[in-house]
Structures are given as C-alpha cells and as structure tokens.
Design a protein around this ligand. Structure first.
Ligand code: FAD
Length: 334
C-alpha cells in the first residue's frame, strides 16, 4: 500500500431529517486541529436525500471541502447503501483519516466500511492526537472496563478510521461567511443494496426529548431512584432547569426504568455539560468516564463514602427523595 496516495482528513456527517447531528460538528472542530497538525485538508462527507441544510451548516462550522452523495435512495440510513457509497468515495478520493461519530448508525457504518476496505477501525474513542513523525492518528479509548486508556495506532493500512463518542469534543463557532468546495459525487449504489427496512427502527431510536450529550445540564438518576415511576422526580428537576436533559446510570437503564439513550458512561454516552447532577448514583469508574469532564458536578447520595463524592464539586449527603424535591421547589421559586 502506498501511503503517499492517501491524503486529508474526512469527517462523516450523519444527518437526521436533513440536519447534521451534533457529533459531526464536534468532530469538525477536532478534525481541524488534527488536519492542521498534518497540514491536510479537512473534508466533510454528507450522504442523504435532502442535504442542502447540512452542507450550509458544515460550511459555516469550517471545512475545506464537502463531498456530497445525494439521492432519494439515501433518505434513510441503511448499512448496505451508505456503506457502498462511503467505500466508493474512499476508493476514489483516498483520504488518510476518517472520523465518524459513535452513534448507532456511525458504529455500523464504520465497521462496514473498515471491513470492506480491509483497514483498521478504533471504536468508541474518547481522545485523539497525531504522531507527528509518522502522521498516524493516536486513537484513545477506554479499555479493561474503563480502568485504563488504550492508545491505538493504525500503522499498516489506510485510511485510518475511528468512531468517536458524542460530547467528547466541543463544537466550534459557526460563521456564515465561510465558504467551502462542494463536490457532488455520483455513486451508483446497486438497487438490491437499497432497503428501507430499518426506517422505523431508526426513527424510533431518535428520541423527541433532549439527549444528555446535547444538553447544557444533565440531571441523572441511578439505582438509588428505585423505580421507573420515581424517575418523575428526576424529570421534574430537569424540567425546572433550562436546557436540561435526564441522564441515567447503567443500573437504572438495565432495570428498564429509562431508555438506553439516556445512559451515561463507558457503554452509554459521554457528556460534558455545564452542570451534572448525579442523584442516587454511586460513581463507578464506568459511570465516571462518561461524565467526569462536566464543568460542575453535584452529587446527591445517602452514602458519604460513595465514590461520586471524590469527583463532585458539591456534595449533598442525604435522601434523594427529600433533597431533589426541595431543590426543585427552590429553583421554581427563584
Ligand atoms: P449503585 O452502584 O448500586 O449505586 C446506587 C447509589 O444510590 C448508592 O451509592 C446508594 O448509596 C445511593 N442511594 C440509594 N438510595 C438512595 C437515596 N434514597 N438517596 C440518595 N442516594 C441513594 N455504569 C454506568 O453508569 N454507565 C456505563 O456506561 C457503564 N458501563 C459499564 C461497562 C462495563 C464493561 C461494566 C463492567 C460496567 C458498566 N457500568 C456502567 C456499570 C457500573 O460498574 C455500575 O454498576 C453502575 O454505574 C452502578 O449504577 P448506580 O450508581 O446507579 O448503582
């Protein structure tokens, strides 16, 4: 393989109903930093049927080139058709690096493309850097149950690919005066690869509520909340706080009290809000890796020795069934 032929850093922009998901915009910001280190171009890739709004948005966030594959057949994400389009784009334009948001679809697409192209993929990264000598990306991800971070290189093949968790990087500042080269590419995906059978599933996976990774404030509940019905007190506190989303520990998700998209942590989402309020969450390392970089952490727990207090800025030792309604009432009265 001739590495010299592979140039530039691509960010796959996942869209939903014509709009780019935040994780893609976050990756553009980090992608720019990495592309500057290797003096490469930063390129966005958009596949879809209704792409204009997404093209305008990524341009405002700052890219050099936007590769667009447009067609009715790409209206909904489908592993085979998107995988086919992406693999063909890569074969034609030969990017050195591809970043993809670690959403359900992104994880699926990343593995599909990496297998098709016989290259390496590091899944679920939480940090990225570049080895300036070799220009290999240093992909960092939690390993061994979150007890250490592994740094992984894709030294023998190109493109080097990784999926990156939402919320790990911050979006840049958009500027509508920015411009980019828009390159529309005709891809002929065979009809048999185009299927809409995942449509309902994908729509169903999109929660109407604000997702923890997109919120300024996360109010999260754990096993201490005790039941699905009791989560209403967590929701009520979130409702009083502008821009707040409900989050949860894995224990609460596994118990079926809240859907998985709310799970924060190693096997859920990573969040970095301005304020994270942990209610009845012990603070296991696998939970902490998903929220420890929040600007301010408040913990409410009846056990003074709970590990969550070690990383909390403010701790309230007490029964959440007393403290949370009191807090909600006090905020309401502000
Ligand atoms: P617990 O550890 O049981 O803690 C409940 C807390 O509630 C206790 O501290 C208790 O004192 C407190 N409490 C109880 N009642 C009250 C009350 N009335 N008022 C106030 N406080 C009260 N976990 C995640 O969260 N996210 C992940 O993504 C994740 N991924 C994992 C991946 C792997 C490979 C593994 C092995 C584990 C993972 N876990 C994850 C699970 C993790 O190890 C913990 O089991 C989990 O986080 C515990 O959830 P919890 O804090 O809600 O429950």
């Amino acid at each position: 393989m001739n590495f010299e032929e592979y140039k530039n850093l691509w960010v796959f922009i996942e869209t939903f109903q014509g709009k780019p998901k935040d994780v893609g915009l976050e990756l553009l910001n980090e992608g720019r930093r990495l592309a500057d280190l290797t003096q490469e171009r930063l390129c966005a890739v958009i596949i879809g049927s209704d792409v204009d709004e997404s093209v305008a948005k990524v341009t405002a966030y700052g890219v050099d080139d936007v590769y667009v594959v447009k067609g009715k057949e790409y209206e909904n994400y489908c592993s085979d058709s998107y995988g086919d389009a992406m693999a063909k784009l890569v074969r034609k334009f030969k990017p050195a690096t591809i970043l993809i948001g670690a959403t359900h679809n992104g994880r699926d697409l990343g593995s599909k493309v990496a297998v098709t192209l016989q290259t390496g993929l590091t899944a679920d990264c939480t940090n990225l850097d570049v080895d300036q000598e070799t220009e290999n990306v240093i992909w960092e991800r939690p390993a061994f149950g979150g007890n250490l971070y592994a740094q992984i290189l894709c030294a023998d093949s190109r493109p080097q690919m990784g999926t990156v968790r939402a919320g790990v990087f911050k979006k840049g500042e958009p500027d509508d005066s920015r411009t980019a080269n828009v390159i529309e590419v005709d891809i002929h995906t065979p009809q048999e690869l185009i299927t809409t059978k995942l449509r309902e599933f994908i729509k169903g996976e999109e929660p109407a509520d604000l997702k923890p990774a997109e919120a300024n404030i996360v109010v999260a509940g754990g096993r201490g909340v005790g039941s699905k019905e009791n989560f209403s007190i967590i929701q009520k506190l979130a409702d009083e706080l502008d821009g707040a989303a409900v989050g949860a520990s894995r224990a609460a998700v596994d118990a079926g009290w809240v859907p998985h998209f709310r799970q924060v942590g190693q096997t859920g989402t990573t969040v970095t809000p301005e304020l994270y309020i942990a209610c009845g969450i012990s603070g296991a390392i696998q939970h902490q890796v998903g929220m420890k970089d929040s600007a301010t952490i408040v913990a409410i727990n009846k056990d003074p020795d709970a590990p969550i207090f070690e990383i909390a800025d403010y701790g309230i030792v007490g029964d959440l069934f007393k403290v949370v309604p009191e807090l909600t009432k006090a905020i309401k009265e502000l």
